[in-house]
Design a protein around this ligand. Sequence first.
Ligand code: EZ4
Ligand code: CO
Length: 406
Amino acid sequence: MPPPLRIRSARVIVTSPGRNFVTLKIETDQGVYGVGDGTLNGRETAVVAYLEGHVIPALIGRDARSIEDIWQYLYRGAYWRRGPVTMRAIAAVDMALWDIKAKALGVPLYDLLGGPSRDGVLVYGHANGADVEETADEVARYLEAGYKAVRAQTGVPGVAKPYGVSRDKDFYEPAEGELPVETIWSTPAYLRQAPKLFEALRLRFGDEPELLHDVHHRLTPNEAAQLGKSLEPYRLFWMEDPTPAENQEGFAHIRRHTTTPIAVGEVFNSLWDAKELIQSQSIDYLRATVLGCGGITHLRRIADFAAIWQVRTGCHGATDLSPITTACALHFDTWVPNFGIQEYMRHTAATDAVFPHAYSFADGRLHPGDAPGHGADIDEAEAAKHPYVPRQLPVARLTDGTMWNW
Ligand code: EZ4
Ligand code: CO
């Protein structure tokens, strides 16, 4: 047995280079350290309190090589299982421990998972515009930049601030206000508009580019079935989060009525949020992430389970996941046999400066790089320049004022 790598210290670093990120840095007595992401958009300080009050004291002195045992200790040992705060705190620890192990062995993380299964990770970018024409122009920009897959969101007549449409075309960040910004939603207007967008995109760009769309939990199962049917002629790669997945059986209804592929899971915390969806073959892609689902240790287990039913991965990759999560996701994506696609919203230059990383983009794919560990780090001096700024995600109401799903 090699000597243990004792955890000497663990610290939480909160930084806000344009938006908030929570980072856990674990140091060992042999000088090797690792970093993990614990960001929970709009609820960052809850994860900080969980890590500092309940996790870090239990880590000191443990052998950092015991990734599985520490995962089980934090998951079972909490007694109160699952939930976004707990699972992100566990994910932060798990990412840092995989980073330490791979660095100590001098290999890129994907080597520890089983080695590379592909040359580069297919990603999709986010195109959005106030109307169909502006959105199509944005799709064109992504295709010109080499993207092979593009998510398209467009404004809906009569709907102020619809999901996914931003003023800054390069960097979309929905958490804007210290209190939630109020937005308005109209399902009838949206159901009329969405097919017009994808008809226009196929007319302009032909059959080849992969097109994706995020419904962002706004529809009922039957409305989602109607949308899926109306989009079938435009051959989407996926329709995402068509309805909230609290009731997993709702997806079976959508499935019975449309062949438009379905993706779900960016708000999932564990396999138990996805089990019925997978077993009933109601979905095509699972958007669970290393950050949301307790790290690599649990996400690989979910992916193996999903593979039995030919469900593929499509990890969440919005800008509220730090470059540390992006890096871990890319190592996971490079290995996972049932890979589908990876979401990629570019981080700002300020964020990239705080989190130097080994991954890079070329020809529509991201490459994790060959640096030992996951290849992402935090520049603490740079991080200290950007103190925490309270921000929350918006809320949505129907046109008559009724609270709805943002
Ligand atoms: O709204 O991560 O597919 N991507 C998304 C994201 C989510 C944000 C919420 O913090 O739905 O843009
Ligand atoms: Co989404």
